[in-house]
Write a protein that binds this ligand. Structure first.
Ligand SMILES: CC(C)(COP(=O)(O)OP(=O)(O)OC[C@H]1O[C@@H](n2cnc3c(N)ncnc32)[C@H](O)[C@@H]1OP(=O)(O)O)[C@@H](O)C(=O)NCCC(=O)NCCS
Length: 94
């Protein structure tokens, strides 16, 4: 497994304007264009996992208190194989 990068966080006063989605899709396009990866895996927190779910990521594990007391670590996968995941085409999901 190759490590591709760290968290992408959007400044609080710029959240909710599509920046996070654009940045995530940009990064996923780079992975697809590279061509080697079949699965993209990330770790996030429960209040953010819905953002990634909208882009086709699925929860594969929840580690209770993984980031500290009361803060669970959510592991999510995105399969880039379009036969398993039509959203993986990299097109806008909406
Ligand atoms: C999570 C984050 C990256 C989203 O970026 P953003 O620019 O605010 O989000 P966008 O405007 O691109 O939202 C895209 C879609 O995701 C949804 N969304 C955004 N944040 C969400 C969340 N926390 N949970 C569920 N859905 C979310 C939006 O409603 C939008 O959906 P829509 O297209 O149906 O309207 C950003 O809010 C952030 O950095 N938050 C800080 C928290 C953090 O810790 N992030 C990184 C952890 S790995």
């Amino acid at each position: 497994m190759r490590r591709l990068g760290d968290a992408g966080m959007v400044r609080r006063d710029r959240q909710g304007q599509g920046i996070g989605r654009d940045f995530l899709r940009y990064r996923l396009r780079a992975v697809r264009n590279d061509g080697r990866a079949k699965v993209v895996r990330l770790r996030t927190i429960p209040i953010v996992h819905g953002f990634f779910a909208k882009e086709g990521f699925n929860v594969v594990n929840v580690l209770a208190d993984g980031y500290g007391p009361g803060l669970h670590c959510v592991t999510m996968d995105l399969h880039l194989d379009v036969t398993r995941n039509p959203k993986a085409l990299g097109q806008p999901a909406d």
